[in-house]
Ligand binder design. Structure first.
Ligand code: NAD
Ligand code: UDP
Ligand code: UDP
Length: 336
């Protein structure tokens, strides 16, 4: 009878807001190109709370405008070379200028960001027991003597060149990650990112894809830097974000290459942009900068085997998606 029945157990749903295990995620550099796309993807999961720490050197609030004011989102103006006290479960550590004109602008600051910034994020990870992912770069392979580059290749890097603040900086960042892992048991993940492109790239950052698209839209000559036979492999940003999340969620520390193995010469890239965006535009060959790697293509066997990841978007499909965003920002609508 009803008198002897145990009182009803409260519905777990009623109390869920006290018990629910939300994941708190810090994204450093989250106002930048890749970071803001990563934030978009993380915010789609209602169990995630996202904190972005960014000093807006190359990023902007505009990239995150749809999340500002959202209850699960927080944006902090913060320079990672200063200590940061927050309570989080995961850290995606992206903060660092990525394009040569920005990272060479203040090379000492670039190396501080890579070394002191990564040290601080590792100190934070250690204090709160968070898992931390570093976005390293294919530049750790320097001007590679092995092609394509797999993760076991140690690289061919000039320690005293104008790019060294970036590539040697990232190499030290990787070293710090592994030393904190071995010495303090921190859970680490290292992604070696290859050239990535897509909407929200800085228009005037001097990167080849953003240059060519902006030039094609403005009807200015596409500037292929000599000799034009140097190669790169370009990964669309949604594929990149998918790879980063799989790496974070998986069981492997890395380093793991994340990039698109489709390899193009810079002349081929110019011709593709011309064909897709502006068939009238001129292509010219201009002087190159020192230490420009002659070829680069990721070996992604490890990402395929360990993360079940490979890129889906082909260059010819990704470029038009970027064109739309660039036309809007440059205020040059397509003529029909
Ligand atoms: P980005 O310049 O758009 O983003 C970097 C972000 O970091 C910006 O929002 C910037 O304001 C912020 N930042 C820079 N220094 C900081 C500091 N000291 N403190 C706090 N914030 C700081 O570049 P991206 O292309 O989005 O690159 C993101 C990460 O991916 C970087 O670590 C970069 O090295 C790596 N990566 C990118 C590529 C690529 O092709 N885009 C290739 C290899 C590696
Ligand atoms: N740190 C931080 N946030 C934290 C904990 C540490 O920014 O929550 C910084 C701290 O200021 C230090 C760095 O991380 O400069 C490395 O910290 P760790 O505890 O490993 O080294 P220590 O402070 O003992 O030198
Ligand atoms: N590049 C080019 N024209 C440009 C900008 C760059 O031909 O307007 C070439 C550059 O010489 C390099 C390649 O494109 O060989 C990629 O340059 P980017 O700076 O985009 O990336 P990274 O050198 O870091 O791979």
């Amino acid at each position: 009878n009803s008198a002897t029945k145990a009182p009803p157990t409260p519905s777990p749903l009623r109390f869920s807001k006290y018990f629910q295990s939300n994941m708190r995620i810090l994204v450093t550099g989250g106002a930048g190109f890749i970071g803001s796309h990563l934030v978009d993807r993380l915010m789609e999961n209602e169990k995630n709370e996202v904190i972005v720490a960014d000093n807006y050197f190359t990023g902007s609030k505009d990239n995150l405008k749809k999340w500002i004011g959202h209850p699960r989102f927080e944006l902090i103006r913060h320079d990672v070379t200063e200590p940061l006290l927050v309570e989080v479960d995961q850290i995606y550590h992206l903060a660092c200028p990525a394009s040569p004109i920005f990272y060479k602008y203040n090379p000492v600051k670039t190396i501080k960001t890579n070394v002191i910034g990564t040290l601080n994020m590792l100190g934070l990870a250690k204090r709160v027991g968070a898992r931390i992912l570093l976005t390293s770069t294919s530049e750790v392979y320097g001007d590679p003597l092995v092609h394509p580059q797999d993760e076991s290749y140690w690289g061919n890097v000039n320690p005293i060149g104008v790019r060294s603040c970036y590539d040697e900086g990232k190499r030290v960042a990787e070293t710090l990650m592994f030393d904190y892992h071995r010495q303090h048991g921190i859970e680490i993940r290292i992604a070696r990112i290859f050239n990535t492109y897509g909407p929200r790239m800085n228009i005037d950052d001097g990167r080849v894809v953003s240059n060519f698209i902006a030039q094609a839209i403005r009807n200015e000559p596409l500037t292929v830097q000599a000799p034009g036979t140097q190669t790169r492999s370009f990964c669309y940003v949604s594929d990149m974000v998918d790879g980063l999340i799989r790496l974070m969620e998986g069981e492997n520390t890395g380093p793991i290459n994340i990039g698109n193995p489709g390899e193009f010469t810079m002349m081929e890239l110019a011709e593709t942009v011309k064909e897709l965006i502006n068939p009238e535009v001129e292509i010219i060959v201009v002087e190159n900068t020192p230490d420009d790697p002659r070829q680069r293509k990721p070996d992604i066997t490890k990402a395929k085997e360990l993360l079940g990841w490979e890129p889906k978007i082909k260059l010819r499909d990704g470029l038009p998606l970027m064109e739309e965003d660039f036309r809007r920002r440059l205020e040059v609508p397509r003529e029909n």
